[in-house]
Write a protein that binds this ligand. Structure first.
Ligand SMILES: Nc1ncnc2c1ncn2[C@@H]1O[C@H](COP(=O)(O)OP(=O)(O)OP(=O)(O)O)[C@@H](O)[C@H]1O
Ligand SMILES: [Mg+2]
Length: 379
């Protein structure tokens, strides 16, 4: 059976992503109880009840303790630091108050990635954003592809230097009603991006994440660059509360590459929310479906990772045409089979999110998505 000290030393690997120190040092481990049968109960104190990184702690604490010999199961529970404890923590950190963090009002962060380029990460991101809006959610889209950003174009937002407010925060650009977008590419000179590596890249991304004022969001979708390179790794470290959605195509080769992203996610202790299979057959305008890239890759990968297959998105002409035109197909052609598959995937994602406790106010009914500041091109 592990001792209390062994458990505490294992818990030193659990880092509070906002405070950037481990939870033992931060004195956030309220209680550790070791039972005869190898079950360990850990209570972690959070700074706020609705802490968006609660899931991160849940996974990381359970993962760290489960590694110890003799542990059969881990129960993680939470309570909240008292005001006095928060103040003590604040002075310990040498700050008057705890950092609010630009992402404090973001409920869910979803990174859309894959091991390979060109599988449709960006198209899936754009349309998932639209589909989440159609479900009444407020969504931000962060294009993290330093070298080849596509979200502004796919969301119909022209390249521009974003506005900075009085607090020197960067304001994301409005795309469609309910969607705001920001691209790292807006700030990067093309030549500069090429030499960004390692610590320099880390610093730049960190500053960028801290400086963008997203405001209140239900979902922040992050369109990752292809592969498991520096940007993906760094973002994963900077956003430990994020979940991964892996996009793959139906053929086995793509699946092998997608698995690499999954391995990266698990190494960084990021939770994988699910798999989306894209280019899952071609649906011709007459409705006939052709399995251009084989079948079943998404399902296999999902089974292997023990996560849900959130959707199978076919290739359709409408999706391609409309992403080129800057209009998510989910808005412009809701009957398109790809649009429907993406709506289905978005509902799956919502179903996976932790349910928030009801507050004493009625949610406003979801408004139909309307483009702001631009008009829909005729299809
Ligand atoms: N389901 C689909 N139906 C039709 N066209 C699609 C579909 N998915 C992606 N495409 C098209 O395939 C191309 C590549 O898609 P996209 O840019 O989304 O891929 P990506 O994985 O983000 O690429 P990269 O690795 O370069 O970032 C685009 O032209 C896009 O319009
Ligand atoms: Mg892309």
């Amino acid at each position: 059976m592990p001792t209390r000290d062994q458990i505490l030393s294992a818990l030193r690997s659990v880092i509070d992503p906002e405070l950037r120190r481990d939870i033992v040092e931060l004195e956030m481990v309220r209680a550790v109880e070791i039972h005869e049968n190898g079950v360990v109960d850990v209570t972690v104190s959070l700074t706020t009840a609705g802490c968006p990184i609660r899931n991160h702690f849940q996974t990381a604490v359970a993962g760290a303790v489960r590694e110890l010999e003799g542990v059969s199961a881990v129960n993680v529970s939470f309570d909240v630091l008292s005001d006095a404890e928060k103040a003590a923590l604040g002075s310990k950190l040498g700050r008057k108050s705890l950092p609010e963090g630009a992402l404090a009002q973001v409920s869910n962060i979803i990174c859309v990635g894959s091991g390979k380029g060109g599988v449709g990460k960006s198209s899936v991101t754009t349309n998932l954003a639209a589909a989440l809006v159609a479900e009444g959610k407020q969504v931000g889209v962060l294009d993290a592809d330093v070298w080849g950003y596509s979200q502004p174009r796919m969301l119909g937002v022209p390249h521009q230097r974003p506005r900075v407010n009085a607090e020197r925060k960067i304001i994301p650009l409005p795309a469609y009603d309910g969607i705001t977008v920001m691209s790292i590419g807006f700030f990067v000179e093309e030549e500069a991006a090429v030499v960004w590596r390692g610590p320099m890249l880390h610093k730049a991304l960190q500053q960028f994440l801290e400086d963008v004022e997203w405001g209140e969001l239900d979902y922040l979708l992050v369109d990752l660059p292809p592969g498991t390179g520096d940007v993906s790794m760094t973002l994963a470290q900077l956003l430990p509360q994020a979940k991964f959605v892996i996009v793959t195509t139906p053929q086995p080769v793509a699946q092998k590459v997608a698995r690499r992203s999954a391995e990266m996610a698990s190494k960084l202790k990021l939770e994988i929310a699910g798999v989306i299979e894209n280019m899952s057959g071609f649906v011709a305008p007459d409705g006939e479906r052709y399995q251009l890239f084989g079948e079943g890759g998404g399902q296999l990968l999902a089974e292997e990772l023990e996560v849900p297959l959130l959707g199978k998105v076919p290739l359709t002409i409408a999706l391609r045409e409309q992403s080129d035109a800057g209009v998510p197909v989910v808005f412009s052609d809701p009957d398109d089979p790809a649009a429907q598959a993406l709506r289905y995937a978005a509902r799956g994602l919502i179903a996976l999110s932790p349910v928030e406790l009801p507050v004493m106010q009625m949610a406003a009914p979801a408004a139909a998505p309307q483009p702001t500041g631009m008009s829909l091109p005729m299809a």
